[in-house]
Design a protein around this ligand. Structure first.
Ligand code: NAP
Ligand code: MG
Length: 492
């Protein structure tokens, strides 16, 4: 495996290689060569060179390439699912039914959306002038993605950028580079001109940081932790780049006393354990009305205890491993510290079941009796861990939901329309679900409030990030002395 620069697969110039590990088995999936700074310069140069022609293609031409690309992905769906699973430890079922089809739907969406890009029609806002708005591509985009959904993150970063006429350099997470490189190669096969999409495989602290800082990169788009997001913001200050940040989350899952408790329990399992909890929108703080609290905790603990862990090809498994051993240790560490001040009522350990071998597995974990200001309630775990807190009235529920620096997603569970309306209005998050938690769709924006970042992925709203508007003004009179000149020429 290799870098993808200027339409070609090339060996990374750093001279170093790295094994990509299947965290569900501990086995080596592939060995990649890592990019050096020479590769970064080549990628930026190729993206710069490709920009003028690509930004002048018609929306229809860009759409045609994306349509061909979607059909290539469909034909190679199983290959992508296998590769995605082999670098993340996800069940193949999740890759086949969620990651790959979700990606193809995104490509289809942006193939259509590309043709709906428009500025405002011309109009006269001054009697003597006609104004028009042009919506233009920004230039070269530097993008950085995390390891939780590598394929979908590549899609979310690359598609709106190129559909709008930009060129891009993507750095996937170092531990999960395979499907991002495959994605770029398949785009090339679909007819994308060389240099429009480049992928650099390397570490965040070296290649990633240099990409964010590069003076020839016009905009940076980052998905990852809030801590690294802050450094991206600083790096972007160097030449005042435009920035799009999709950062962490600590989503509340609010269960009112009139909720359908069985639906809420079922939804909490799915909402907190999808992708082994490594989902920035995952339910992480269940806030439950005291009158239904114990019932909710008991039912959920039983459901968590019944979850089957398994290696990717095991169709009987509910969830897979975590994405790396290092991350598994991070999750286990947070749970161990929580034991000092809270109670673990399900999971909370590394399983040793037959069939799990040497994978980076961790049991789904339910925690209660944690103080609202404790680490497990405040900080992102990014694993299969849900903490449950009781509340006594609606005001307290909303206050607890908003008691976080994050604001990416939330859900409210209720059969009362006024409560639902209040929760959706008052919870500060980029997405609030009612009686569900997790679904995303290509047509609707995904992005955070507060320290979960700013800017939107997916949907037509993403074009707000990846385009800029230009005011064009035409003078209508054709005269030398225009009326407004009196303000400076003191005309008599
Ligand atoms: P991370 O440590 O912030 O890493 C994300 C990416 O940034 C990786 O590609 C990483 O490269 C790179 N990176 C690390 N240090 C960097 C630096 N100094 N300069 C530039 N790039 C750097 O996050 P993670 O642990 O991989 O992912 C989990 C986090 O992502 C969670 O906080 C989660 O909530 C967030 N997330 C957010 C969304 C969203 O849409 N809001 C979606 C998914 C995930 P290396 O891998 O090479 O270190
Ligand atoms: Mg990291």
């Amino acid at each position: 495996m290799h870098q993808f620069i200027n339409g070609k697969a090339v060996t990374g110039a750093s001279g170093a290689t790295q094994d990509v590990i299947n965290p569900a088995t501990g086995e080596v999936t592939a060995t990649v060569t890592l990019a050096g700074l020479r590769d970064l310069e080549a990628a930026v140069a190729s993206a710069r060179a490709a920009f003028p022609a690509w930004s002048r293609t018609t929306p229809g031409e860009r759409s045609a390439i994306l349509q061909r690309f979607a059909r290539i992905l469909e034909a190679r769906a199983e290959e992508f699912a296998q590769a995605e699973s082999s670098q993340t430890g996800k069940p193949l079922r999740l890759c086949r039914e969620f990651d790959v089809p979700g990606t193809i739907d995104n490509v289809d969406f942006f193939a259509g959306a590309a043709r709906n890009l428009e500025g405002k029609a011309m109009a006269e806002y001054s009697a003597d002038h006609t104004s028009a708005i042009r919506r233009e591509a920004i230039g070269v985009i530097g993008s950085i993605a995390p390891w939780n959904y590598p394929l979908q993150m590549a899609a979310w970063k690359i598609l709106p950028a190129i559909a709008a006429g930009n060129t891009i350099i993507l750095k996937p997470a170092e531990i999960t580079p395979l499907t991002s490189v495959m994605f770029a190669e398949a785009l090339s096969e679909a007819g994308l001109p060389d240099g429009v999409v480049n992928v650099l495989v390397g570490s965040g602290s070296t290649i990633g940081a240099a990409l964010m800082r590069h003076p020839q990169v016009d905009m940076v788009s980052f998905t990852g932790s809030t801590a690294v997001g802050r450094t991206v913001l600083e790096a972007a200050a160097v030449n005042a780049k435009r920035v799009h940040l999709e950062l962490g989350g600590k989503a509340p899952f609010v269960v009112f006393d009139d909720a359908d408790i069985d639906a809420a329990v079922h939804g909490a399992v799915a909402g907190s354990l999808i992708n082994s909890g490594q989902d920035c929108t995952a339910a992480t703080r269940a806030l439950v009305h005291r009158s239904v609290y114990q019932e909710f905790v008991d039912k959920l603990a039983a459901r968590f205890d019944g979850i089957v862990l398994g290696t990717p090809e095991n169709d009987g498994a509910d969830i897979g491993s975590l994405s790396s051993f290092r991350h598994r240790d991070h999750v286990a560490g947070m749970v161990e510290r929580a034991r000092g001040y809270a109670r673990v009522v399900a999971g909370g350990y590394v399983p040793t079941d037959d069939g799990l071998g040497d994978g980076a597995f961790y049991r789904p974990t339910l925690i209660v009796d944690a103080a609202p200001d404790s680490e497990i309630v405040k900080n992102e775990v990014f694993g299969p861990v849900l903490v449950v807190l009781p509340f006594d009235d609606d005001d307290e529920a909303i206050a607890l939901a908003n008691d976080t620096v994050y604001g990416l997603a939330a859900s409210a569970w209720t059969s009362n329309i006024q409560r639902a309306l209040r929760a959706t209005r008052e919870i500060k998050a980029g997405c609030v679900w009612v009686n569900d938690h997790i679904p995303i769709i290509s047509e609707m924006p995904h992005g955070g409030f507060k320290q979960s970042g700013f800017g939107k992925d997916m949907s037509a709203y993403s074009f707000e990030e990846y385009t800029q508007v230009k005011h064009v003004m035409f003078e209508l009179g054709g005269v030398v002395e225009k009326d407004w000149h009196r303000t400076i020429f003191a005309l008599r």
